[in-house]
Design a protein around this ligand. Structure first.
Ligand SMILES: Nc1ncnc2c1ncn2[C@@H]1O[C@H](COP(=O)(O)OP(=O)(O)OP(=O)(O)O)[C@@H](O)[C@H]1O
Ligand SMILES: [Mg+2]
Length: 324
């Protein structure tokens, strides 16, 4: 039974806003169209995104264009081996005229925070992001402060393990709602990239405001998901947990994330209910990165993507699962 529903007008408006954002992001980032949509899906689901890709595939360009398009305050943190937690959160500095200490806010105080090359900083610094990502607050010298709303971390990392990098611990990985692989452009797209630089490079135009985002996040809570679809999500997660080649499967937080993301996708598509297709489309990018494979599986080149594909093939969605 649906408790609330969104009017067709609201759904229409949200769908239109989403298309505007996707189109605008697509002017700066030339590549698969769904990348802009997925970033917005994560934001509407109150989640954070990990972008993985080799240097020079426009990860920073994409994150910048996205935050400009949604009219949000954007800050960038370049992660380096000597970066300290206080460089992220901020510090109290003495104001000599008044003889008192005032907080100098770190770059975490923004709507969209780009953590560039997050695996270049040691665990202690990475964990300064943890509290922020999970609780939307930071603690600076014992004092807890709320962060801006909306708040989203877009972190980037290079998939090639280099010397002097610190792989993200599992707990940190699990805090990202989705991981997107940013690959090389197709030849056709690369030609467009070269051509677009013949003229002035497009600047992201604000299509939305932070208030629009907050309203969309609120609407997402009214998107209906039927019990059978929740069971389907749970079955997908449990499949990964009992898989012989998986050491650590999808957590309940992963199941929740898949539900939030599916609701976000439904909303952006102008629907007030989740379809099995929302779950199927999002499962690889919401669940995949959280899996830890067994050493054997790593050795023989099994990928996380394969495990999720197997889950999608073997776990069937049935409307009448409760009857069995
Ligand atoms: N798909 C693309 N669409 C538009 N511009 C692109 C694309 N790929 C590369 N570029 C251009 O290439 C340059 C490098 O992009 P950018 O700095 O965003 O890459 P990056 O992935 O963040 O690299 P790094 O990992 O080194 O930080 C920019 O001028 C960017 O506009
Ligand atoms: Mg970059």
């Amino acid at each position: 039974m649906r408790k609330h529903s969104l009017s067709p007008e609201i759904l229409g408006q949200v769908g239109q806003m989403a298309r505007g954002v996707i189109e605008e992001v697509g002017r700066a980032y030339i590549g698969p169209e769904d990348v802009g949509e997925l970033l917005l899906t994560a934001l509407v689901g109150r989640g954070h995104v990990l972008l993985e890709g080799v240097p020079g595939v426009a990860k920073t360009t994409l994150a910048k264009a996205f935050s400009a398009t949604i009219g949000c305050r954007y800050r960038r943190i370049q992660f380096t081996p000597d970066l300290l937690p206080a460089d992220i959160t901020g510090t109290y500095v003495l104001n000599p005229r008044e003889g008192s200490f005032a907080l100098r806010e770190g770059p975490i105080f923004a709507n969209v925070v780009l953590g560039d090359e997050i695996n270049r900083a040691p665990a202690k610094t990475q964990s300064a992001l943890l509290e922020a990502m999970q609780e939307n607050q930071v603690t600076i010298e014992g004092e807890t402060r709320p962060l801006d709303a909306p708040f989203m971390v877009i972190a980037t990392q290079n998939p090639i393990e280099q010397e002097g990098t610190y792989p993200l611990p599992e707990a940190q990985i699990d805090r990202f709602l989705m991981k997107l692989n940013i690959g090389y452009p197709s030849t056709r797209d690369e030609r467009r990239i070269l051509q677009s630089y013949a003229g002035p490079s497009p600047e992201g135009r604000a299509i939305l405001s932070p208030d629009d985002i907050l309203r969309m996040q609120d609407f997402a809570r009214y998107i209906h998901i039927e019990d059978e679809l929740c069971d389907y999500i749970i079955a997908l997660s449990s499949f990964t947990r009992s898989h012989g080649r998986v050491l650590l499967g999808a957590s309940p937080r992963a199941s929740l994330s898949l539900m939030y993301a599916a609701r976000g996708r439904a909303l952006l598509h102008g629907r007030d209910f989740v379809l099995p297709d929302d779950v199927k489309r999002l499962a690889p990018i919401v669940l995949g990165h959280r899996l830890v494979l067994t050493p054997d599986a790593e050795l023989d080149g099994t990928t996380r993507g394969q495990i999720i594909r197997e889950a999608l093939e073997k776990v069937s969605y049935r409307r009448d699962v409760s009857a069995t």
